[in-house]
Design a protein around this ligand. Structure first.
Ligand code: C5P
Length: 399
């Protein structure tokens, strides 16, 4: 709940501004008061009238409005809030914030405020990935600005990739966490992610196609809900999220040790695609190619980290979640796996090449628990992550 909290909501000028209207509703539903501020560009996307009608308050738009200055100066306006939220935070607004520019009301408020700031970036994927935006993002993070999103997906401009503003409920979760009210506040959660690399010799290794995208999204979603996340990751293709403690490993055996060192935890999510075997006696020198002969590799089993943690006597996390990447009889195999491993939930997915899930941006999962199998609609991996994090918060909240 956000009752008694005041949010100063700065709406930037991007197509995602329409989602700010729903955000106002969601914040007010939870008891927050919302003081809206529109940039000049934002007023091209949403009208001041609709914003103020939803907020139930006057909307502020111009820096040099003498009436407003008489009513409430911009310095005061910037300080009455418990949190300043910028949604959408456009590339332009982020650049101005990073530079400390104050050419209009919104940027002046951002420069004058002494309350925490949360931004929800939204822009075209190329603009998001541009070195200048990433530099500005790093500057803002360094200044203590909290960031929610952006999500990956189809964009209004017809392109695909990261840059979509987070959904209003994700931003609300970010607001709650920023105000120390996330449902996972004070909870420790461990997440494994990515593939493992099992060396054959000093230059060759055995790997798999896991990108680490789903594990990364889960860790981010848990952190947004206020959890203290330890993220144990193999060599993944996507970067770890912000705001989590990252432990990097290469092999399954290293991952097992890192997991054990990260316990105790309230919940553990094993999203890593751990290699089942390692090569015995990986040589210290490169195996030479010898004409007419083939090298023989001998394998030994890797530790099953999920099973080991699930079957811990003392120190077992209250909720242990495993993944099951299957190509056939997904639900039957995953249901059997849940029992065999001893975990509480299994998130099962079909990784047949035709689904494009392994290494892709979407996931279609079935959540298997002692209550049975629950099919979730195919959605972006970040949406699946948000849903799973909410379920974890629910489960921990009940216990
Ligand atoms: O047995 P299988 O690899 O299909 O089980 C998948 C689940 O077990 C995943 O949650 C994965 O992270 C975990 N796992 C593990 N350690 C292993 C193998 C799998 O934690 N050695």
């Amino acid at each position: 709940m956000l009752s008694g909290k005041r949010i100063l909501l700065i709406i930037g000028g991007g197509i995602a501004a329409y989602k700010a209207l729903d955000l106002i509703r969601r914040l007010r539903e939870r008891g927050a008061a919302v003081t809206p501020v529109l940039t000049a560009a934002a007023a091209q996307f949403v009208t001041p009238l609709s914003v103020s009608a939803l907020a139930g308050e006057k909307v502020y738009t111009e820096l040099f409005d003498l009436t407003d200055e008489a009513e409430m100066g911009h310095i005061q306006l910037s300080r009455v809030a418990d949190l300043v939220v910028v949604a959408p935070a456009t590339a332009d607004l982020m650049a101005k914030m990073a530079q400390g520019l104050a050419g209009d009301l919104a940027t002046t408020l951002l420069l004058a405020t002494d309350t925490p700031v949360l931004i929800a970036p939204a822009m075209n994927v190329r603009m998001w990935e541009h070195a200048a935006t990433q530099r500005n993002l790093a500057t803002l993070r360094g200044d203590g600005v909290r960031v929610v999103g952006p999500n990956e997906g189809d964009m209004a401009c017809g392109e695909y990739g990261p840059g979509r503003m987070s959904e209003p409920l994700e931003i609300v979760a970010g607001v709650e966490a920023a105000l120390g009210q996330g449902p996972l506040q004070g909870r420790r959660v461990l997440v494994t992610s990515g593939p493992t690399h099992e060396p054959i010799d000093p230059v060759r290794y055995i790997a798999n196609r896991s990108s680490g995208a789903q594990g990364s999204a889960i860790a981010r979603a848990l952190a947004v809900l206020g959890a203290e996340v330890t993220f144990v990751t193999g060599p993944a293709g996507v970067p770890p999220p912000d705001g989590v403690a990252v432990v990097r490993v290469q092999t399954a055996r290293q991952m097992r040790d890192a997991v054990m060192a990260a316990l105790p935890a309230d919940a553990a999510v094993f999203a890593a695609a751990v290699a089942d075997w390692h090569v015995v006696g990986d040589s210290r020198s490169k195996i030479k190619k010898v004409a007419g002969t083939l090298p023989t590799l001998q394998f030994a089993e890797n530790p099953d980290i999920l099973a080991e943690v699930s079957q811990l006597g003392t120190g077992r996390p209250k909720l242990v979640v495993g993944f099951a990447a299957e190509t056939d009889d997904v639900v039957a195999n995953a249901t059997a796996k849940r029992v065999r491993k001893g975990c509480d939930w299994i998130v099962a997915n079909d990784v047949s090449p035709a689904t494009g899930i392994m290494g892709g941006t979407e996931n279609a999962v079935t959540l298997i628990s002692d209550a049975g199998a629950e099919v979730w609609d195919r959605a972006g991996k970040d949406v699946v992550a948000t849903r799973l994090a909410a379920r974890i918060a629910d489960a921990l909240g009940k216990g």
